[in-house]
Design a protein around this ligand. Sequence first.
Ligand code: ADP
Ligand code: MG
Length: 553
Amino acid sequence: MSIHRLPPEVADAIAAGEVVERPASVVKELVENALDAGARRVSVEIRGAGRSLIRVADDGAGIPNGELALAFLRHATSKVASLADLEAISSLGFRGEALASIAAVADVECRSSGARIRIRAGQVLEEGAAPAAGTSVEVRDLFANTPARLKFLKSEATETAACLRILSAYALLYPSVRFEALVEGRAALATPGDGDPLRALGAVHGPAVAAEMVAAGNEAPGAAPRVFGFVSQPRLSRGNRDGILLAVNGRPVASRPLGYALEECFSGSLERGRYPVALLQVELDPALVDVNVHPAKREVRFRDEGAVFAALQRAVRAALSGAEAYRLPVAASAPAPTRAATLPELHVARPQIESEPGLAAAGPAGLLRPLGQVMDGYLVAEGPDGLVLVDQHAAHERVLYNLFLRRLAGRPPTVQPLLIPIQLDVGPEQAAAAADHQAELSALGFELEEFGSRTLRVTAAPAETAVGRIAEAADDLLATLARARPDDARRTAAASLACHSAVRFGDRLDAAEQRRLLEELEAADDAVTCPHGRPTRLVVEWQELKRHFRRNY
Ligand code: ADP
Ligand code: MG
């Protein structure tokens, strides 16, 4: 093919691809425009996971009469004019690309300041008058002309959840703006817009979470970054980072260093794999941060990252030192039976190891003769080839992983009904995963009921999961399913549940349990490693013992 300039519709679709990855990108851009226009009220309607309809209406300043068509041209913006403006951006938008990009891949109708325009796949179809206050943008048939993009969309529930997630982020960052969202005709989010960030937090995460938040902030001298917001007390935590929202100058950002700065403040008070809920805003001179580094403006670059990192940690540490103290228990050398009783709520009696009927080779059974447990973490056994040390957590994980995989392939689960259902506050992506993966969840033994838009009730759980660990197991399972690739969902779900259900290092096992675990490990496929690939056992061969003790006969 000779070199040629691309026709405008192709060039536009390419450019649009950078800005509009999925329905949630449309929601983000339109909400940003509403906020830039000074809206006090933003209402959003989503149908068909954003593919049928995304409608964002605001009561902001509006697009001046006669400029409506202009607003849809690429690089047409009212927010920056010169290169110098780019150095210190104070609005959310600045590239003048969003409306053009959306109109390139959808059917868009916009009404503002008495005028109306309809554009489809980049072509203006209609222009006219429309008496209405504020601005409304209706986007229909998203990606109808870019089938490749359609193929990359996840399930409806996941795409809807992503839309709600970005909307929730702005609702949290702009508590004096009233946000309302209708999803498939049902109210999915409503913030009071009264300027109280804790009430916005309550509307997004539920009142129970809002009640556990402590204010974090620092008054920064001079040009130093200012930090303000809320973090959860360590007794509230989640199995994923979905509850963490970091923002820079009013813009939600994905920043590894800032995320790390936050998480580091919780090390020692949260177990590995547990994360806080946090809403933290960094405010600094716009000249000290570059927001023009990512197509969807998700990432930012700081002139002095260290200063921001330090300011955030100072604010969070000060907040936590005022919060109720909570420390992970130091491994005690006292006998185990009393330990469960003295642990804080998060640490619970360990699961029992019980064989599934007919599963383990139960005869005079087993090639491994149990000799005992050391360090409350390793089983010692005599095997045919040598002395065997078994990592009890890794071994149990392997056994349960295989079992859960069999259940996902159709073997009926052993279920424990919960007399008192466990209430679970979940993020939108987890709620979506619960709806999407009902079949897998019930195959594993979970029964979940919707109990409000962000709350689930667990009414039954796999028999293998200790009652006190059901909440964290379900929480992590839903987060795992939300992230999983469709072809990998079963494997990762089984691994997540196995990890939460297995005995842990520090759990003391009685002789019968030791024997059962060894038997099940021997009967298990792929018993050499746990599902994460770590070894389950170490064999010290008899030959090696002999050699060591110089018994050369
Ligand atoms: P950007 O936000 O980067 O300027 P957009 O393509 O999103 O680019 O919007 C182009 C222009 O249209 C904006 O600069 C703004 O002047 C106008 N505009 C878009 N949406 C709204 C709205 N909801 N209210 C008022 N003006 C708007
Ligand atoms: Mg914009």
